[in-house]
Ligand binder design. Structure first.
Ligand code: SF4
Ligand code: ZN
Ligand code: ZN
Length: 288
């Protein structure tokens, strides 16, 4: 099949583009997303939440390439055979590009590795995600923005998950750029409109040999079920994911952060109760 813009062979369909035109399409779309959502000002300091996977590597690469002032922050949950591989790749990548990388671990912050607290095969994402969000916010207080690699697939899953769990109050916290709330570093998602397969293609063309191993805890997570469901609907009804996101974006402004922001009595992090969820979990984890 030929590229829709030149006579070269296409490497991607829908849109049908050759290597060169696909790169141009991809980078232009990310630039437009940044611009249309007023995500970053040139003088701002941005921290990319990097795991070493294709999404965060692409985010880091592009923000660096576009000339923004970026550093990377990785969280090592302590998952043997998984995070150690992606972190090794991330370290090499940052060294090669001259990007400062900070690494924080659950071992150092919580006192235990994730895989010593939750046996493989048991649900771990709630506890893991709580600590990750806590550490990312804690260690990005000196930055203007925190950029994550969330893509269209992740975000449409998040909208559906919140609907299925009737967590409509969480709608205000999603979107390509979170609202400014005291104590929280504002989050931006430059890949918000990029499909997972587009990011895979871009990473492949760019030669990012990111490890493709999946977290051993991921397969039984609630998100994995929603992902499979949405993928199956999308394959029969193409456009479902982007329609879901467009509809969500059209009603998003109507949702506000309903809970009052307080500050945790233990760690002073912003939260909605006396003690934040991370501190409450930390206590339970220490008892394991
Ligand atoms: S899949 Fe779950 S356990 Fe694994 S890194 Fe992600 S949040 Fe943590
Ligand atoms: Zn072309
Ligand atoms: Zn706390």
């Amino acid at each position: 099949m030929k590229c829709s813009k030149c006579s070269n062979n296409a490497v991607f369909t829908n849109p049908t583009l050759c290597k060169e035109h696909f790169i141009e399409y991809f980078e232009t779309k990310v630039k437009d997303t940044i611009k249309q959502n007023n995500m970053i000002q040139k003088q701002e300091k941005v921290c990319v939440a990097a795991s070493g996977g294709k999404d965060s590597i692409t985010t880091l690469y592009l923000l660096h390439k576009f000339g923004y002032n970026v550093e990377a922050l990785a969280v090592d949950e302590g998952i043997e055979g998984y995070r150690d591989h992606t972190l090794a790749f991330l370290k090499d990548f940052c060294e090669e590009k001259g990007i400062i990388l900070h690494i924080k671990s659950y071992q150092e912050e919580v006192g235990k590795r994730l895989d010593t607290v939750v046996p493989k095969g048991r649900p771990a994402c709630n506890i893991c995600g709580t600590f990750r969000r806590h550490l990312l916010n804690k260690y990005t207080q000196d930055y203007d923005k925190i950029a994550t690699g969330h893509n269209l697939d992740d975000e449409s899953q998040a909208v559906l998950m919140n609907l299925l769990k009737a967590q409509i109050n969480l709608f205000a916290r999603q979107g390509p750029k979170t609202k400014q709330i005291k104590g929280f570093t504002q989050k931006i998602k430059p890949l918000y409109l990029m499909k997972e397969k587009e990011i895979m293609t871009y990473s492949y063309i760019k030669g990012f040999n990111t490890p493709y191993n999946e977290c051993p805890y991921a397969k039984d997570s609630y998100r994995a079920h929603v992902r499979d469901l949405l993928n199956s609907i999308e394959s029969k009804n193409p456009g479902t994911k982007i329609n879901l996101i467009n509809k969500y974006l059209s009603i998003r402004e109507g949702f506000s952060q309903d809970k009052e922001i307080r500050f945790c009595e233990v760690c002073n992090s912003p939260c909605s109760s006396q003690i934040c969820k991370a501190c409450r979990l930390k206590k339970q984890v220490k008892a394991v």
